[in-house]
Design a protein around this ligand. Structure first.
Ligand code: NAP
Length: 306
């Protein structure tokens, strides 16, 4: 039995994240109507072919007209312009949420364009893959994953609860967090690891040809995992680093100090120091497994062994 939570939901951006949420909404009949807004004809066509939306448009204002819920699912660098473009067409009482990987910059970009009587609920699902576009989404992406809500001063509690209810239907576990704290936590758990992957794969790419071909040929699990992460969307990650500068730079500072310590330990032959660190990090891995966060989300039927 369909359990409609919102009459009309508008997606601004319908790639991996937007289309995965749209699939859940379709599967469980959580909305009467879905409208998807995307820039390119190809993405709009695919969204219709996959039945992710009833209507598609390139016009943000047209997409959000009469929408009860708007979900912004584009790279975060576009958020300010999108919020400005939708502002005049939002109906009173509408709820805006997003899925952006950084929260303070998103709140600063969007909030000035939210009219009186419209509610903004900043969200970040901690789930994803390295793939992009509407065809890469799947309805189990958010199962057993965290979805962080970062309310702002004066956030409407009823709107937060409605958004949380929608995300609960995806199988997500909901957590509330202060936006700045969110950005610091994600800087070390997600943003810096991606930067390291981009760096290692970049360094390997710069090796002379003979070494480079052997790196690819003998890619053992360590390097292979980095290549998967480094295949993530360039625009999305550019925007993350440009919008979470302070937290990423702070964590990078700590990391490079620790790296220097490791360099010294190796140079000095400090086996005890190295072993002690590796024993501590092994414990962290155990905690990640105990928390059930060790298996990357995969589309059903994707049996690639990573
Ligand atoms: P995606 O698959 O690349 O999809 C992006 C969508 O946004 C596409 O429909 C694209 O339409 C549209 N778009 C791109 N640039 C735009 C612009 N300047 N103006 C209007 N629309 C634009 O991206 P995604 O992986 O779903 O990521 C979307 C958001 O989710 C990002 O903010 C990201 O931080 C967040 N997020 C991602 C992950 C992840 O692992 N991927 C995880 C958690 C959160 P066209 O195709 O027509 O250009």
């Amino acid at each position: 039995m369909a359990d409609i939570l919102f009459n009309k939901i508008a997606f601004i951006g319908i790639g991996l994240i937007g289309s995965s949420l749209a699939r859940v909404i379709r599967r469980d009949g959580l909305a009467d109507t879905i409208v998807a807004c995307a820039r390119t004809e190809q993405t709009r066509k695919t969204a219709l072919e996959l039945d992710l939306a009833d209507h598609v448009t390139a016009d943000v204002g047209e997409a959000v007209t009469d929408a009860d819920l708007v979900v912004i699912c584009t790279p975060i660098g576009a958020y300010g312009a999108i919020a400005e473009a939708m502002s005049a067409s939002l109906k009173p009482g509408a709820i805006i949420c997003d899925v952006g990987s950084v929260k303070r910059a998103v709140i600063d970009a969007v909030t000035p364009h939210i009219p009186e009587g419209v509610h903004f609920v900043p969200c970040h699902p901690i789930a994803g893959t390295e793939n992009s576009g509407p065809e890469s989404g799947f309805d189990t992406l958010f199962e057993d994953r965290w979805m962080i809500i970062t309310p702002v001063a004066g956030s409407n509690e009823e709107a937060i609860e409605k958004v949380a209810d929608l995300w609960c239907r995806t199988g997500s576990k909901i957590e509330r967090m202060d936006p700045d704290h969110h950005d610091q936590v994600l800087a070390i758990t997600s943003h810096v690891p991606h930067l390291i992957a981009y760096t290692i794969v970049g360094t390997a790419t710069d090796l002379e040809d003979r070494l480079k071909s052997e790196v690819v040929k003998f890619a053992a699990s360590g390097f292979r995992d980095f290549t998967r992460i480094a295949a993530s969307d360039p625009v999305m990650w550019r925007d993350i680093f440009l919008n979470n500068k302070d937290a990423v730079l702070e964590m990078l500072g700590r990391l490079s100090e620790d790296l220097s310590g490791l360099q010294r330990a190796i140079r000095d032959g400090d086996g005890d120091g190295l072993e002690a660190l590796f024993a501590r990090t092994r414990e962290i891995r155990r905690s990640v497994i105990e928390a059930g966060q060790h298996i990357p989300p995969k589309p059903p039927g994707d049996d690639i062994n990573d």
